[in-house]
Design a protein around this ligand. Structure first.
Ligand code: SAM
Length: 343
């Protein structure tokens, strides 16, 4: 009888062993190559050049002095990862590269992508995992990364109406009604998509936004464009330092924030919010949930790398943190945020 395919005799073990296939390893090579190509394309501002008509390897070589073969392999890999398209000999931008990879657009995310390569500059991610010392490069809770948020939320800033669409159903599922005099604290608001949608529902809703100065400046521009700026008050600076008036809010929204902090820091933060809420006030926490999908896994890695203590927590983790801060009626409303009440 012939030997089964992929089975060999291991002379050390003195028995036949099955050789694992190499697909997963080969895929890892692909990731590295794609990442390398993406970095090179960003550094070379490839999309800008293609948009300017240098849309073949030959034209890039003639005009930019690049190696023609190098230009061709780069263009092809970038096509393969769907950030360019190819028709005959010519390459062209796709809508995603047109919007997010053209350096002169306010929606440009190239700098943000390039930033992530700093992790690897000196094997820093491995060093953090070895020592537990993090963040790896930048810390998303510090004021020097406002450019990152500007890029991350670029399409919200530029197209404020696009935010309203996503967020309108959220408050219904949380059973929160926009009403006269509703006082909302949006902590680390960013472009404040969620609280803005409440303000747009009722002119009597009052928003208090807290974030860094540059973020608030742009957020206020958006509020102006949506016609609700007179409903907004801002508190500028570090959320750990800025004092909040006691018992003066009916609703506190913490969106995409708590995953940047350790459980201990979150308890401190929830205590601060608890004191700022009026009796029966609600806290709503929306964050990256514990990873199950591949998207969740990369988000968790990013949280690890970009914060000193954060991570993706599950409902039970938040329940414990919120209870420690004094909250009750803690509800996980599948796929939408956690809601809890100050008694
Ligand atoms: C991921 S964004 C969340 C924006 C918005 N809340 C949402 O739900 O999409 C995080 C925001 O937190 C702000 N932030 C982070 N650390 C902060 C701090 N220590 N003090 C004030 N704002 C902070 C950032 O400037 C950024 O706008």
């Amino acid at each position: 009888m012939g030997k089964e395919k992929g089975v060999v005799m291991d002379t050390n073990l003195k028995r036949e062993v099955e050789i694992p296939k190499t697909e997963v390893i080969d895929q890892s090579f692909d990731w590295l190559y794609f990442t390398g190509a993406l970095r090179a394309a960003l550094e070379l501002r490839l999309w800008e050049k293609v948009a300017a008509g240098l849309n073949t390897p030959g034209k890039l070589a003639d005009k930019e002095g690049w190696d023609k073969k190098g230009a061709q392999v780069l263009l092809d890999v970038i096509c393969h990862i769907k950030l360019l398209s190819k028709d005959g000999e010519q390459y062209a931008l796709v809508p995603e590269s047109e919007m997010y990879l053209m350096p002169d657009k306010p929606t440009y995310k190239g700098e943000m992508l390039l930033n992530e390569f700093h992790w690897e500059a000196d094997g820093k991610l491995a060093e953090s995992i070895r020592t537990g010392k993090r963040p790896v490069s930048y810390d998303v809770t510090k004021p020097n990364v406002t450019q990152l948020w500007m890029a991350d939320y670029s399409s919200s800033w530029v197209y404020p109406e696009s935010m309203a669409e996503i967020d309108d159903h959220l408050w219904d599922s949380l059973e929160v009604k926009a009403r006269e005099g509703l006082r909302v604290l949006d902590l680390a608001c960013g472009p404040a998509p969620r609280s803005l949608s409440l303000a747009r529902r009722h002119p009597g809703v009052r928003l208090t936004w807290l974030d860094w100065k540059d973020i608030l400046k742009t957020a206020m521009k958006v509020a102006g464009e949506l016609g609700v700026s007179r409903q907004v008050t801002v508190l500028t600076g570090d959320l750990w330092q800025v004092a909040l008036d006691q018992e003066s809010f009916d609703l506190a929204f913490l969106g995409n924030l708590t995953h940047f902090f350790s459980p201990e820091d979150n308890i401190r933060l929830f205590q601060k919010v608890f004191a700022a809420l009026a009796p029966s006030g609600l806290i709503v926490v929306r964050s990256v949930a514990r990873p199950e999908s591949s998207l969740g896994v990369s988000a968790d890695l990013w949280l690890y790398a970009a914060s000193a203590g954060g991570g993706a927590y599950g409902f039970k983790d938040y329940q414990a943190m919120l209870e420690k801060a004094g909250f009750t009626d803690i509800t996980d409303i599948e796929q939408v945020p956690i809601r809890a009440r100050k008694p």
